[in-house]
Structures are given as structure tokens and as C-alpha cells.
Write a protein that binds this ligand. Sequence first.
Ligand SMILES: Cc1cc2nc3c(=O)[nH]c(=O)nc-3n(C[C@H](O)[C@H](O)[C@H](O)COP(=O)(O)OP(=O)(O)OC[C@H]3O[C@@H](n4cnc5c(N)ncnc54)[C@H](O)[C@@H]3O)c2cc1C
Length: 427
Amino acid sequence: MHIHDLIGVGFGPSNLSLAIALAELPQAAGTTLDSCFIERQNDFVWHGNMLLDGTTMQVSFLKDLATLRNPASAFTFINYLHQNQRLEDFINLKTFFPSRQEFNQYLTWAADHFDQDVHYGEEVVEVLPQQEGREVVCLRVRSRGSDGRLHERLTRNLALGIGGSPRIPEEFRGLAGHPQVFHSSRYLQQVAALPSRPLRIAVVGAGQSAAEIFMDLHSRHPGYQVDLISRSRALKPADDSPFVNEVFNPSYTDFIYASAEEDRSQLLTEFSNTNYAVVDLPLIEQIYQTLYLQKVSSQQRHRYLRCHGIAQAEAHGDQLALTLHDQDSGTFFRQDYDAVILATGFQRQAHHQLLAPLADWLDSNQTDRYYRVATRPHFLPQIFLQGCSENTHGLSDTLLSVLAIRSAEIRDALLPELQRPSRKAYA
Ligand SMILES: Cc1cc2nc3c(=O)[nH]c(=O)nc-3n(C[C@H](O)[C@H](O)[C@H](O)COP(=O)(O)OP(=O)(O)OC[C@H]3O[C@@H](n4cnc5c(N)ncnc54)[C@H](O)[C@@H]3O)c2cc1C
């Protein structure tokens, strides 16, 4: 069987950026890499179930797939605009923050250039060792197609860019599969299937997705009554002020990685209000105004149930009963809903499961500065993790901010002869 130099699992922005960095290998390097990517979605789409009207990027368009590595790349957002005859009009918007829909179009446009290298509609289910004597010489990547067929490919190196998996609170585990209890990652698909009549809906969470879904439901149907439920006391603004934003500079990764473990975790906590359980200020103001206008009209449609925990969740046929805990008064009460939407974030553990068959040779909890998993002797493949190293590489690891540079770091670790002393030399 043919052995690839590299297989990328997942074809979201991380591995797409890596594909671009590989395609832009300096000609002087005189080497090309035989790579392919495996993506479980049938086509490229960036968080398609959260492409809500009116939502915008939370990062400057200059932190696109390529600019920070190579501003002259053909894959910059600016070139995308130019190719689509919108550059002049975009300039007139005077913004660094395009709509998420437009950024998804940009990413899709970039992904289309790699169609021949991507196997869409296949989910990688495990990665097995391929041994010659005592040595693991390459990896057998097993995936299942949407038609149920198993596929196997061999590779010398692996780059996992599989994003996060929905975090489902314990109380809702028993309701998995209920069509009216769903995570934000399935929002648009599932909300479209809700009955078109007045409904009582709970949105659980205190972050950007919870806030966006609340406003989307508000304008989606005049009969929807929405409770936004969170344990926190207030919706808090995401801090994207300039000095704070420096934690997302690619150069900050070196600083974080070189810091002692306790300093790192202190830094993650100190700056978690840039990304976790926070909302863009204009959206908070919009929600506040919506709730205020209800007071003006004396017609309560939605509620913000702050300082409320969820003690229990049960389904009685179509009806969902939540037992809510008012943390201020200490009281518990039952509230019935037609649908519950969990905007409860993501966890990043799926790589452990995929790599479980390799457990004798590696420690998937540990990555070096180049995002390479620590391996034991007699294991030759290199495995790179993208988006799973927040603890060691900083808050930017799960976001777009470092993509362009990280992909060059991974590429150059794959091709050690390309390693350069200075990031400025990347091309
Ligand atoms: C709604 C939303 C908005 C966001 N907005 C921003 C923003 O404005 N700015 C920012 O910096 N970050 C944002 N983020 C963070 C987000 O993580 C990054 O934007 C980006 O998507 C990370 O890219 P990725 O490729 O690492 O992961 P993902 O985009 O999650 O892509 C992973 C891909 O891997 C595929 N996959 C997973 N498992 C398998 C498997 N076993 N086999 C095959 N394929 C698999 C998935 O289908 C997916 O296509 C947002 C996140 C969400 C949810």
C-alpha cells in the first residue's frame, strides 16, 4: 500500500492552513511532501450550524490562513476579496471584522484549491501502529465513509486538526438523542426542525454562542419565549483591548511555552476572559436593550435567569422539565420547556481516543514546542496536535490567531532542513 508522508485528520482551518503552508514550500527547498487530508463533513464548512445572520469574526481578518506567515500568499483574505471583486467595497466597510458568513466563504474558497487532496465524508476512527520488528515505521489510519465502508491509508506522519467535541453537562447525558435537546454545534440544523408555533425555549450558557443563539431565537419567531440560563451573575464582555490582545500574538507562544507550569496556568486563568464565558460588548448591549424594552411594554417574553444552576433534566414526551437551582435564594423550582439548547462549549479530548492504539509508544498529553507528541524509542512517525495544547502553548491554540505561523512551525518540523532561526524568514 502507498505510504503518504503526511495525513491530516480533519480539514478545518488548522489543517487547511497547513495544506497552504505545504503548498507554499519555498522552491529553493527542492522538496515536496506527499500529503492528504481526511474530513468527516461532506464538504468544507466552518462551524456551519452557527453561521447566524449578523454574526461577525472575533479576530482581525489579518489573522487569516496565511498573512502572518506570508503576506504575499495567494491565500490571504485580501486576495480572496480581490478575486471576488469585493476588495474596494470591503474597504468601505472600515472594519477588521468581516461577517462569519463571509469568512466561511473565504475558507471554503481556499479549501476548494485542495479538493484533490481531501477525502471528504470519511471519519477517522482509529490510528494503528505499523510495525517492522520492534519499530513502528508508519501509521495505519482507519476511517469510515458516510456509506459505512472502512478505508485504510498509511502515513509516515500525522497532523490532527479535529477541533473540539460538544461539552454536554452531566445532567443532560440521559437526554442524548432527544431531538429537542441539542448542543450549539447543531443549532441551525435542529432549530429549523422545531415546530413552527410559540415555544418555550431554554438556552444554557454564558458565552458568545449562548448570547448569539438568544438573539437569533428572539428574531426567528415572535412566539418564542426564551430563558437564558447561566450560573454566572452577569454576561461579561470579552476583553479584546490591545495590551491584552498581545496574548494572541504568535510570538507569545514562545513565552508561554517557556514558562513554568504554575505560571502558565496562572496566565491562562488571568486571560481566560478573552475567550471563555464572555460575550462581545455590542451583543450584551443588544440583549440588555431587548430585555429592557420588555419592561417598557410590560410584556415579558424572555428572561435572563442569572445565578441559576440546573439540578436535573428530564423528558416527558415532548416536554422537557428542568429543575433549576436559584443560587441566590437557595430554592429549587421546576420549569417546563419545548426545547433546550446547550451552548456549553467544547472539550478537546477526542485525540486520546483516536491515538489509544498507540498508547505503548507515546504520551498524547505532552507536546513539544512544535506541537509534536512525545514518543518513546522505536517509534518513527511524528504526530502533531493542533488545538489540543492550550495548557502548554496558550489561549491562542484553539483559535485562528496563530494558525498561519503554527502551520509553518509544523511544516518545518516535518522538514527539519527548512528550519530557520527567525520566524520572519518563513515563506
Ligand atoms: C461558532 C464559533 C465561532 C468561532 N469564531 C471564532 C473567531 O471568530 N475567531 C477565532 O479565532 N476563533 C473562533 N472560533 C474557534 C475555532 O476553534 C476556530 O475558529 C477554528 O475553527 C479552529 O480550527 P480547527 O481546524 O482547529 O478546528 P475545527 O474548525 O473544529 O475543524 C475541525 C475539523 O475536523 C473534522 N473532524 C473532527 N473529527 C474528525 C475525525 N475523526 N475524522 C475526520 N474529520 C474530523 C471536523 O468535521 C472539522 O471540520 C469559533 C468557534 C466556534 C464554534
